[in-house]
Design a protein around this ligand. Structure first.
Ligand code: SF4
Length: 323
């Protein structure tokens, strides 16, 4: 892994205006991403975990520039891509790709798989028709699908096969970074491991970097080098994957870890159940955003926001507890 990150996100914010009243005035903002900084190195996987609605998918869409962030910066291979538009963004569209949770939604149902996989080459003006057809067959082989898939439509495939098509499309242009937005959440457990193994194999073969988004810590365990835990638009803890599982420090991370099922029926695990739902990012709680649900809340937590601080080597936590 090189010292220089392939991706660096600095204090990124994505605040969506909330229109209210007859005049549709904007008095409030949905602070979906609220000051996130992170790095990813070449060949590295950063797992990004949090409950639904915490802003992790929005962050992924900001990085791929499907959304224009409200503020902050995104550096790709050292170049600031935050405000690039149109043709200036085209080379980065090739280098940064995305795999979506529901391949059925992201694949055009009226196009054959051959057309779907050829499209990225056409958009980037790469090769002629014959060479593109060869590339499509190679892609299908890489993701473990038969050559005859080219003439079939997405609805003719199972969920796992459709995700393979989505993965094939994401790697078509030899990207350097792939944003995997809950790529296995919609799949049966038996298929999940096949897709995860495919992603791991592709990473080794093509030296890919992944931002792997999931709501379940168990899913990211085997694929992530480092893990960042997100809550209400902010990262509350980040560390090496092994450290997060062995020594979680933030009360929210601890509750997520304790919720992972243990395959040994004789091993008793003390669950740390957190009550309530994730508060609205439109009107987040004062102080520590986790305080209404935190089992270790103190008076200070209700009015003083904790800062993300280093508590050990490359282990950052945002909490007032003496860790
Ligand atoms: Fe809990 Fe306070 Fe730490 Fe927030 S700062 S996680 S409320 S102990």
């Amino acid at each position: 892994m090189s010292d220089k990150p392939i991706l660096e996100v600095r204090d990124l914010k994505m605040h969506f205006p909330v229109k209210e009243g007859i005049l549709l005035r904007t008095n409030k903002f949905n602070k979906a991403v609220d000051g996130i900084s992170l790095t990813i190195h070449r060949g590295e996987t950063l797992g990004l975990v949090g409950e639904s609605g915490c802003g992790k998918s929005t962050l992924g869409r900001c990085i791929t520039r499907l959304y224009q962030p409200t503020s902050g910066s995104i550096y790709f291979e050292g170049q600031d891509i935050t405000h690039l538009k149109g043709n200036a963004l085209l080379p980065f569209r090739k280098d940064i790709q995305m795999i979506f949770q529901d391949p059925m939604e992201s694949l055009n149902a009226r196009h054959t798989v051959g057309d779907i996989l050829e499209e990225p080459f056409i958009v980037q003006k790469i090769g002629d028709r014959i060479s593109r057809k060869k590339q499509v067959l190679k892609l299908l082989d890489t993701v473990g699908l038969p050559a005859r898939s080219t003439s079939r439509y997405p609805f003719e495939f199972s969920g796992g096969q459709r995700q393979r098509i989505g993965i094939a499309r994401s790697i078509a242009l030899n990207p350097k970074l792939v944003i995997c937005d809950e790529p296995v959440s919609a799949l049966d457990v038996s298929i999940q491991s096949q897709i995860l193994n495919l992603l791991i194999d592709l990473q080794k073969e093509f030296n890919l970097s992944y931002l792997f988004i999931a709501h379940d810590l168990a899913v990211v365990k085997h694929i992530s080098d480092r893990i960042a835990i997100m809550y209400l638009g902010k990262v509350v803890e980040s560390a090496a994957g092994e450290t997060i599982y062995r020594k979680p420090l933030h009360p929210y991370t601890r509750s997520l870890i304790s919720a992972i099922p243990v395959p040994d029926p004789h091993r008793k695990v003390k669950r740390q159940v957190i009550s309530g739902d994730v508060p609205s990012p439109i009107d987040p709680p004062s102080g520590c955003p986790f305080h209404p649900r935190c089992p270790q809340v103190m008076d200070r937590c209700k009015h003083e926001p904790p800062q993300l601080r280093s508590v050990a080597d490359k282990h950052l936590v945002s909490c007032h507890l003496d860790l």
